[in-house]
Design a protein around this ligand. Structure first.
Ligand code: UDP
Length: 408
């Protein structure tokens, strides 16, 4: 096991999950020592997958599983096509031309040529690198981890992708609603957050003030916040509309903090269109400052994640962990994170979002009650140690077969 004092160790989780659970996880890790695992996705930065991999790869190494992370490269037209696929997997339309398929498969092939995967376990994330499996002789199980909201995928696209998925040994989606008609066994692991990261560790009031002041965010009125990639699925326009309705009844400041992932070419356009809404009490920020994400989620009276589709909202779990009241779109994974009226609110449209903003800004006790329940929910269900244990169980289920099966 790695023992580097500045790295998070599974022992650090004792305070949240207890010594028994930590011991159980360590016991499961023991037979897997030195297993060589690699993750492949399409961005080192921006979005939940990169966030998850950053913490999960370190935690896995700390318990003795040699876990790597590779990122595929692609031209702008490749990422334009894969973003269209992402949108269509979440229910949008796509013109799936032969030209698009050709660019997609060729760029993936080129990545396969220059990416030497000789690991015991290969985990491929999301549709961008999905066809890589075609180009390798397997040395162990290949897992496809699909993170998007697959509640209503575009049928034509799914039919095209399915033969790639069928080659995998296991498929992991976030929730059972995303089950697909494939031959591969399907499992469901919800993502989780790293409570020790800069984004999620506790901040003092002074640290929060300092970060907000640095970005000229006023704190004289309650803050209503959404932190999200600039993506139409996150419905930033709907947030602005809801805020405008709400402020007819309560005084508050809206902050929309966003970033653009390197594999998402639509981000800059979404950001530009939002700037039209900017005014004194509607602040649109595009900066990369992890401590600012933490400060906003910690200080906000209300955090919104008004998504129209959401595989699983890491931002929802992050804000809940800080004991903040969260209003989430009643879609996808958010439904598994927020129990309406118990640890947050679920909303179906702009009007409902506006009404909940008003209610929460007016009622401090309600905010505290929901926030406390939210924090407990995350402690019980959405810390990375739980997700780690699910991966260990999955690896172990293959382990007995590693030497017996012919993986090619
Ligand atoms: N994020 C960030 N800065 C931003 C916007 C988002 O660090 O300006 C992070 C956010 O805190 C979360 C991740 O990006 O960790 C987004 O994950 P989520 O699952 O909510 O959505 P995705 O982008 O994967 O669809």
């Amino acid at each position: 096991m790695l023992n580097h004092e500045s790295l998070v160790q599974i022992d650090d989780y004792v305070q949240y999950i207890g010594p028994g659970t930590v011991e159980r996880i360590m016991k499961k890790a023991r037979p897997l020592q030195d297993l060589h695992v690699v993750n492949v996705n399409s961005t080192y930065y921006g979005g939940g997958v990169a966030e998850l991999l950053g913490s999960m790869t370190i935690l896995m190494n700390s318990i003795g599983i040699k876990t790597g992370w590779r990122v595929i490269q692609g031209s702008p037209d490749f990422f334009s096509i894969t973003k269209k696929m992402h949108n269509a997997l979440q229910g949008g339309e796509i013109n799936l031309s032969d030209r698009k398929k050709q660019i997609y498969e060729e760029v993936v092939y080129e990545n396969a040529i220059r990416t030497h995967l000789e690991h015991d376990v290969v985990i491929i994330h999301d549709p961008q690198p999905l066809p890589m499996i075609k180009h390798y002789r397997k040395r162990g199980p290949w897992i496809w981890r699909g993170h998007v909201d697959l509640s209503q995928p575009n049928q034509e696209l799914w039919d095209y992708l399915r033969p790639f998925v069928d080659r995998y040994d296991a498929v992991v989606f976030s929730i059972p609603e995303y089950t697909q008609p494939v031959n591969t066994p399907q499992l469901f692991f919800m993502p989780a957050i790293d409570p020790f990261s800069i984004k999620n560790h506790p901040l003092s009031d002074d640290e929060i003030e300092e970060r907000l002041a640095h970005h000229h965010i006023p704190t004289d009125l309650p803050l209503v916040v959404q932190v999200s990639r600039f993506d139409t699925w996150k419905d930033p326009q709907g947030v602005v509309e809801a805020f405008k309705i709400a402020r007819q009844e309560v005084d508050c400041t809206l902050v929309l903090l966003g970033n653009v992932a390197t594999d998402d070419p639509e981000g800059p356009q979404v950001y530009e269109s939002l700037l039209e809404s900017q005014e004194e009490r509607i602040i649109i920020l595009s900066v990369q400052d992890t401590a600012l994400v933490n400060a906003l989620q910690s200080r906000a009276a209300v955090v919104l994640q008004k998504s129209l589709r959401e595989g699983f909202g890491l931002t929802v779990a992050e804000a809940m962990w800080k004991g903040t009241a969260v209003i989430g779109g009643n879609v996808g994974g958010i439904r598994y994170q927020i129990e309406d009226g118990i640890n947050g609110f679920l909303v179906n449209n702009v009007q409902e979002a506006a009404a909940r903003i008003v209610q929460l800004v007016k009622d401090k006790d309600l905010r505290q009650r929901l926030g406390q329940a939210a924090r407990e929910t995350v402690q019980q269900k959405f810390l990375l140690s739980r997700n780690l244990e699910q991966y260990l169980d999955l690896f172990s289920s293959f382990e007995t077969n590693f030497t017996l099966r012919n993986w090619s």
